[in-house]
Design a protein around this ligand. Structure first.
Ligand code: GDP
Ligand code: MN
Length: 380
């Protein structure tokens, strides 16, 4: 499970890893107040469970508290990488001399933790050329030794006071990695500012099976949507494409995404309603997906125990509630298919029997930007 940046930074701090001064806020007024209180130039960063926020427009560099307030106002309620923005981190802006990368994860192939570092931080580590990536495996029974970190520094061309700080941070991060039962932890960028190192970003993914040993709030780890889905016993995965997918069964869900991909689009998320969905559970699932504000929502139901007329009823019910503002494409086959399709047709919902046709339609709508609706309900 992923932790939000601001929570990961709190954990980092408790292990002595330096992070910028700042606070998490949920309103524009608060953002202005924190900027005022810090009394220095700030950055305003959306708190979502996805990286690449910089590129996606989720980080602002306001000039003064009034501008911080406006930036926050703009960001709150936006949808970035498929996440509704509900929280922002306002923190002191760091003057960046250069950006490093430091991460730790489990190398499943070698069955041990691995430390990954690079002098080319600030971009996704997957984009860094191999020759700039330094790896150091850690035998779990011995832990990470200082000499290993010094070797990493040497390979990164880091020396003197910066190398000494890097060593402290890496050893602390390893302690954190083990004690917090992390699956992945990342500092990207680990910023060099003057003669100091500071963690400007923080990622911490922890092993869900160890959650009984820790006391992170559920929503912090899962995100709002995941929590709502878990509460009704279904499964949901956030992705970064364009179309929200609702299907029944893991196989059908994966097939839906494959076909969507083949039609030139991709899933923004998917929700598997499983077998035997009722009108109520289907409607609940639809409301949750509607709240992720997709441009297009593709429903693919193969009705066995689930009845197509029930599915149609749920779709129509949620459609009438008015929360489903994107375009809707339905593929419906199986038990009571005719009744279901007829009901949808009467309600003016685009419905298909062939998955391929439905996926093609959804991809087309996503590309045209059909149904792209802003928070006020205006198309454009
Ligand atoms: P991400 O895009 O989600 O990984 O968010 P990050 O927190 O890593 O920020 C992305 C980029 O924004 C960084 O690599 C920096 O280039 C820039 N950035 C973030 N915080 C600061 C800051 O305090 N000062 C400056 N100058 N740039 C920052
Ligand atoms: Mn980052």
């Amino acid at each position: 499970m992923k932790l939000y940046e601001h929570m990961a930074k709190e954990v980092f701090n408790s292990y002595g890893i330096p992070t910028p001064r700042g606070r998490v806020v949920t309103s524009a007024d608060e953002a202005g107040a924190v900027a005022e209180e810090l009394g220095v130039p700030v950055v305003v960063k959306v708190q979502i469970l996805a990286g690449g926020r910089g590129k996606a427009g989720g980080i602002k560099f306001p000039r003064d508290p009034a501008e911080a307030r406006r930036a926050a106002d703009e960001l709150l309620g936006m949808n970035i990488s498929g996440f509704a923005v509900e929280r922002l981190l306002v923190e002191e802006r760091i003057d960046i001399d250069s950006e490093l990368y430091l991460g730790m994860t489990v190398d499943a192939g070698n069955r041990r933790p691995v430390v990954i570092a690079s002098s080319r931080g600030g971009i996704s580590i997957e984009e860094v050329p191999q020759k700039y990536i330094v790896r150091e495996e850690v035998p779990i029974q011995w832990g990470l030794y200082p000499y290993q970190v010094r070797s990493i520094c040497e390979r990164m061309n880091l020396s003197g006071v910066l190398a000494r700080q890097f060593e402290k941070i890496a050893l602390s991060l390893y302690r954190l990695f083990r004690d917090e039962d992390a699956e992945l932890t990342e500092i990207n960028p680990l910023v060099i500012t003057g003669d100091r190192l500071i963690a400007a970003d923080a990622r911490l993914n922890v092993d869900e099976d160890s959650s009984f040993r820790h006391d992170y709030p559920d929503t912090a780890m899962r995100g709002e949507v995941e929590q709502r889905v878990t509460d009704i016993g279904l499964s949901y995965v956030q992705l970064d494409g364009e179309v929200a997918v609702l299907a029944n069964g893991a196989g059908a869900t994966m097939a839906t995404m494959d076909i969507l991909q083949r039609c030139g689009s991709s899933a923004m998320n998917f929700l598997d309603v499983g077998g035997g969905a009722t009108v109520d559970s289907m409607a609940q699932a639809l409301r949750i997906l509607a709240d992720t504000r997709p441009r297009v929502l593709l429903i693919n139901i193969f009705g066995g125990i689930t009845r197509c007329d029930d599915v149609a009823e749920a779709v129509i019910r949620v459609q009438e509630e008015g929360t489903l503002r994107g375009s809707l494409v339905v593929r419906l086959v199986g038990t009571n298919e005719e009744e279901g399709l007829k009901a949808l047709e009467e309600a003016g919902v685009t419905a298909f029997q062939k998955l391929e046709a439905a996926a093609r339609k959804a991809a087309e709508m996503a590309q045209r930007g059909d149904g792209e609706v802003d928070a006020d309900g205006n198309s454009g």
